[in-house]
Design a protein around this ligand. Structure first.
Ligand SMILES: [Zn+2]
Length: 127
């Protein structure tokens, strides 16, 4: 990441939040939202030119940890799940016998039919 101007995830979030809030305030004619949008922008600009890089970095880490990661986790696709939940108690990881794609199946379901999302082949698996 370059430090010429501090653009990080939190900064981008603030900019988008500012844009969205301003747009909504325009249509909703809400001065509260207008002010809020302005605050988002002001903070984004403040952060972008802040010399206190360490503090901005901590802020960004906090933002990622508390806000971005939970969202990513809930939206997270299959791949992210496999990486982060290798020892998931409720699921078992198997490999597609046709293409080798890693698949996650629910545990304790006995013999189940699995359809591979990659190659589309169907096979039986024991969980
Ligand atoms: Zn497959």
């Amino acid at each position: 990441m370059n430090n010429k101007i501090n653009t990080d995830e939190f900064g981008i979030f603030l900019l988008w939040a500012g844009i969205i809030t301003s747009l909504i305030s325009y249509f909703a004619k809400s001065s509260f939202l207008y002010t809020l949008g302005f605050v988002f922008f002001a903070y984004a600009i403040f952060r972008a030119f802040s010399k206190n890089i360490e503090k901005r970095r901590l802020e960004n880490n906090y933002f990622k940890d508390k806000f971005l990661n939970p969202i990513k986790k809930s939206l997270g696709g299959f791949k992210g799940d496999i990486k982060s939940k290798r020892n998931d108690k409720d699921h078992k990881y198997i490999t597609c016998p046709i293409c080798g794609q890693k698949l996650r199946i629910p545990k304790k379901k006995g013999k189940i039919k699995v359809k591979c999302p990659k190659c589309g082949s169907k096979f039986d698996a024991r969980s």
